[in-house]
Structures are given as C-alpha cells and as structure tokens.
Design a protein around this ligand. Structure first.
Ligand code: NAP
Length: 295
C-alpha cells in the first residue's frame, strides 16, 4: 500500500479563506480589524522564520500584525511590562510570545501574565483548564491544526484508537484533551506515549491514527505503524544537508519513505502540520477579536 499524502497547504488555504471571510465580516460590523501582536525575544533563527510566516499569513487574511522584537538580554521585568501594555491595548486582539524564550526568562510567568482573553496560543492555565474541562476557548494552534486536518480528510475519529507520541503542553497534552472530547473530529480512545513508556512500538502498532510529536527524526519507524493507519507527523527537526543552499533540510519524526508504504495516509514534513498551525492561529486571533467585541 502506498499512502495518500495529506497536503497541509491545501487544507490551510481553505482555512485562510474562511478566516479572510470572517475578518471581512468583523470589519464591516465593527469598522476595525483584528490585530495580532507577536513578541519575539532573542535571535533564534527558527523563531524568526516562524514569526515571518505568521506575519505573512496575517497580512493575507487582513489581520493587522505587529512584531515587537527585543534582543536576548531583555529582562523579565521588561518583558512583563510589554505584555502588560498589550493586555491594555484595545487594538490588540491576540498576543503571542514566541517560544522558546532565552534561558534566563521565566516562560511560565510570562504566559501567566498574558490576558487569557488575548492568549491566542492557548497556553495560559485558564485556557488550558477550560480545554481539559471540555469547554475550549483557545486551544493551541498545532493540536487544532492536526484535528482540523483529520476532519478535512474525513478520518473517522469517533472511537478510533489514537496514539500520540509526546505529552508536551504545546502539542501532546492539548491534543489529547481535544481528541478525547465528545464531538466531531474527536471522541477517540487516546493513548499518550512519552519517555516513560515501556514498549512504545507495541502501543503505536495499535493506532488507527498515529500522531508523532517527539521532536527527533526516526522516532517513528515503519515497523511501528499499523498497516492502513493514518500517520500525522508533527515533528520538525533541522538535519545537516550539504546539498541544500542553506546547509540543512527539515525533517519530521517519522521515517517517511518507509512509513508511507504501510500507512493509508500520511503528512509530509515540510508541508503537513506546519501550515495548519499558522492557519489555526489566525482562527484563534479572529475568535479573540469577536469575543472582545461581543463583551
Ligand atoms: N509543525 C508545527 O507547527 C509544530 C508546532 C509545534 C511543535 N512542532 C515540533 O513537534 C515536535 C515536538 O514538539 P514539542 O514542543 O511537543 O516538544 P517537547 O516539548 O520536547 O516534547 C517532546 C515530547 O516527546 C516525548 N519524547 C521525546 N523522546 C521520546 C522517546 N524517545 N520516546 C517517547 N517519547 C519521547 C517527550 O517525553 P517526556 O515528556 O517524557 O520528556 C515529550 O513529551 C518538535 O519537533 C517541534 O519542533 C511542530
């Protein structure tokens, strides 16, 4: 069997169109546009490239976007002051502090300082708690993107055996909460693997839907995939590649070439989950703007 390749860009562009229509409606109703402000501290090249992608996507759908760039020596107090200013700025619908922050900064304290109604990354404890309770307000964009992708591919998630590799607060945990809920694109039986899992391959081989978010190439090998499974690869790693101009290429967690001969559908890296993450961020920004306007 050779798997169908799930085109994340195609699904993402459908979401972009929906958001653009939502932004136009918001604009005609309130005579202003939703706004996203990104706070970018330090010089991590991957973060800079992600932020550029977010800026471009906002511009495409009509969301106003601003990036506050600060160097790596920024203090905790300075960063908290920036967040406070954005919390109080009515032109800002959504705030995103690009992670990871430089080591000397307290990431949790910064996230906790964001107004939960503007927390479009869905990482504030209030939003994480609401998601766990099955009353999501803002869920993190990557898990939302994975779920939307599965829905768009008509994958029957109701009662499906889902195995997620990774339990991070950004991906594995919120994705577990989303897929466990009752409702469309959910109601699944979810198993979560992590470094304490005793026999990961035994778990993954039971998966109708296998989602890899461990963060290293080769985390999922073809023998770990059940024949006919849907495989979603969240992982993104840079591996050296002297044939590329920039000296590296991006790769996922899954051994793609082998796994696509076993799976029924699979996402590539790049071009799979990545574009979905950006588009679901736009959904969250529009939602934040609408929530603020209706209050
Ligand atoms: N495409 C996108 O838009 C997007 C967005 C976000 C993240 N990502 C990518 O997704 C990957 C995961 O990101 P993250 O933020 O969730 O990473 P993370 O915080 O490092 O979490 C990795 C998770 O994988 C688990 N893990 C690591 N090695 C393992 C192993 N050998 N066996 C079983 N479990 C293992 C860890 O277990 P423990 O908890 O036990 O340590 C942890 O729960 C990264 O490659 C990241 O770049 C992509």
């Amino acid at each position: 069997m050779t798997a169908r390749i799930i085109d994340g860009k195609e699904v993402a562009s459908k979401v972009h169109e929906e958001v653009a229509a939502g932004v136009a409606e918001y604009k005609s109703k309130y005579a202003k546009v939703p706004g996203l402000t990104v706070v970018l501290v330090g010089d991590d090249p991957a973060s800079h490239s992600y932020v550029k992608g977010k800026e471009r996507a906002c511009e495409k759908v009509g969301i106003a976007t601003e990036t506050i760039r600060r160097d790596a020596s920024t203090t905790q107090e300075e960063l908290l002051e920036i967040v406070e200013g954005l919390n109080n700025d009515p032109a800002v619908s959504g705030i995103l502090v690009q992670l990871p922050l430089p080591k000397h900064l307290d990431e949790d304290a910064v996230i906790h300082a964001i107004d939960p109604m503007k927390d479009v990354d869905g990482l504030h404890p209030e939003n994480a708690g609401l998601l766990m309770l099955g009353q999501p307000r803002f869920a993190p964009a990557t898990p939302l993107g994975v779920q939307r992708m599965l829905v768009e591919q008509n994958v029957d998630m109701n009662g499906a055996q889902v195995v997620i590799v990774g339990r991070s607060k950004l991906v594995g945990m919120p994705l577990t909460a989303l897929l466990l809920q009752k409702g469309v694109g959910a109601n699944s039986t979810v198993t979560v693997c992590h470094t304490g899992t005793k026999d990961m391959a035994a778990e993954t081989r039971r998966a109708d839907v296998l989602i890899a978010a461990a963060g290293f190439p080769g985390a999922v090998t073809p023998d770990m995939v059940k024949p006919g499974a849907v495989v979603i690869d969240v992982g993104v790693s840079r591996v050296e590649d002297s044939t590329r101009k920039r000296g590296y290429r991006l790769t996922g967690d899954v051994e793609f070439e082998g796994a696509k001969e076993v799976a029924s559908a699979i996402t590539p890296v790049p071009g799979g989950v990545g574009p979905m993450t950006i588009s679901m961020l736009l959904v969250n920004v529009l939602q934040a703007a609408n929530l603020a306007a209706s209050n």
